[in-house]
Design a protein around this ligand. Structure first.
Ligand code: PBG
Length: 327
């Protein structure tokens, strides 16, 4: 056979395959989403997310210790308050669940990095991501509450804030508020390219944040659109976002590549609850190899252009990296 170029030459051994790998990843770029709830002595498994728990503040240290041991040092905190109201007041209460969790976590784990999800939906009785005017989510009123929430998180010790509500102008509003209070160096990771997605289903069970009426389509993006995602990303960079996130991950990797090409800030990808739940369910039935699927999903996000990866599988991925299976 007269053939000079043989792609298989570079696939002949494990050493060689690893040498020519195009995608490298490490534990430092993983972020683990963690749910904290009111109460004491609680570690409740989330039914639709096997292996994921809601922790009361007193139980948080056990979870953080395990993560730290696994080499996962970056955490995204979500709060589940005991009481919800029309205006989500527990989101910005100085003694709210996230604020208390932060104080505890920073005291015992000062070397870990805590990012907080800034949104109203876990805290409002109606489950929408902002304050209502009739049945509409009122954008500009919500900005004040989001800014207050972000500020209260930073005052309680948050290292970074991550607005996920999809209100227009929230990155700038939060930036201005933080700057005015002397927190000029606290970065903002914007959930900029966030689609209205059925993939969030299990999360809403976990946080009890399913909207009481309607859906989130008037603020989260229509999944038919990609240029609109680019517009959101560029806007948020202009408003001062330090990191741009694309969410969900698996079905949206085209957006990761697109956004990565047009912004010059780090791009994060969030592999959301529904992606985790699907893999868990299929694996429980013996239909897929959980570890290999999890690794492929993660590597694909990095290959698409992601620099940071949020995943409920962070600990298991870290182990696979240690074992040289990926990375
Ligand atoms: C809050 C928020 C959601 C998620 C992250 N932040 C839920 C939503 O927008 O409905 C989803 C995370 C996941 O599904 O894992 N707005």
């Amino acid at each position: 056979m007269d053939m000079i170029i043989r792609p298989r030459r570079l696939r002949g051994s494990e050493n060689l395959r690893k040498m020519v790998r195009e995608t490298r990843m490490d534990k430092a770029s993983l972020i683990y989403p963690l749910f904290v709830m009111d109460g004491v002595n609680c570690k409740e498994e989330i039914p639709s997310m096997p292996g994921q728990y809601r922790y009361s503040v007193d139980q948080l240290s056990f979870a953080l210790e395990e993560l730290q041991k696994a080499g996962v040092t970056n955490i995204m905190l979500f709060g589940i308050p005991a009481v919800k109201d029309e205006v989500g007041s527990q989101a910005y209460a100085a003694d709210g669940i996230v604020q208390r969790a932060l104080k505890e976590a920073k005291k015992h784990f000062p070397e870990m990095y805590f990012i907080t999800d800034v949104c109203m939906c876990e805290y409002t009785s109606h489950g929408h991501c902002g304050v209502l005017c009739g049945h509409e989510v009122e954008n500009d009123q919500t900005l004040k509450l989001l800014s207050q929430t972000a500020l209260s998180h930073v005052e309680a010790g948050a290292d970074m804030v991550a607005p996920s509500d999809m209100m227009d102008g929230r990155v700038l509003a939060i930036r201005n508020t933080l700057d005015a209070q002397g927190f000029k160096e606290t970065p903002i990771m914007s959930y900029a390219v966030k689609y209205a997605s059925a993939f969030y289903g299990p999360f809403r069970d976990a946080a009890g944040s399913t909207p009481a009426f309607g859906d989130r389509k008037s603020y989260q993006m229509d999944f038919h659109n990609s240029r609109e995602g680019v517009k959101e990303a560029l806007l948020d960079v202009d408003e001062g976002a330090d990191i741009i996130m694309v969410k969900p991950a698996m079905s949206y990797l085209d957006m990761v590549t697109k956004v990565r090409d047009v912004v010059n800030v780090p791009v994060a990808t969030y592999s959301v609850s529904g992606e985790y739940a699907m893999v868990k369910a299929a694996a429980a039935n013996g239909w897929v190899d959980e570890e290999r699927i999890m690794c492929e999903m993660a590597v694909a996000a990095y290959r698409a252009g992601s620099q940071l990866y949020l995943t409920y599988y962070a600990k298991e991925l870290a182990r696979c990296m240690d074992e040289g299976k990926i990375g």
